[in-house]
Design a protein. Structure first.
Length: 161
């Protein structure tokens, strides 16, 4: 049953899933039951609060193909961690989806980061070393193509975390 429980309350108020929080036991039970949305949120927690990309990717990988934004986040975390080839692999899968859905995933992720009240730091600025696509010089975050959109999002993720 916990494997299919909707985690909307944790998405809307991520403080509930903090370690030592009042509702952490319920969240841990959902993780133990392999709830994909719980793994997605735990991955974001590791990436944003713990600054641990390895654990973040382990959790988010379990949510790929089950939670819409998981593929988007896997591509970004791979690029942020310097694994450009792996990031491009996830990006190719991501852009098999309609472009409007991909843009919605980006908006959804960044609004979730705002709700998580991420501590600003420089943990990823040193590790981000993704080479920009050739067309990036003529694009910005508002005038973007599919190829360079994920790179802009990765840099924005690094800036926010």
């Amino acid at each position: 049953m916990l494997a299919r429980v909707e985690m909307r309350q944790y998405r809307q108020n991520p403080v509930l899933m903090r370690v030592g929080g009042l509702f952490r036991k319920q969240f841990d039970d959902a993780l133990e039951a392999n709830n994909p949305e719980a793994h997605y949120l735990e991955g974001l927690r590791y990436a944003c609060w713990e600054k641990d990309l390895v654990m973040a990717k382990k959790h988010i990988f379990k949510a790929v193909n089950k939670v819409d934004e998981a593929l988007f986040v896997m591509a970004m975390l791979s690029i942020c961690g310097g694994e450009k080839e792996l990031g491009e692999f996830f990006t190719e899968q991501l852009f098999a989806l309609p472009w409007a859905e991909v843009l919605a995933m980006g908006d959804s992720l960044f609004s979730a980061l705002e709700r998580m009240a991420v501590r600003h730091g420089t943990a990823y600025k040193l590790t981000w070393n993704g080479a920009h696509p050739p067309c990036v010089s003529i694009h910005n975050i508002y005038n973007r193509c599919e190829e360079c959109y994920i790179f802009f999002c990765s840099k924005e993720f690094c800036r926010r975390c």
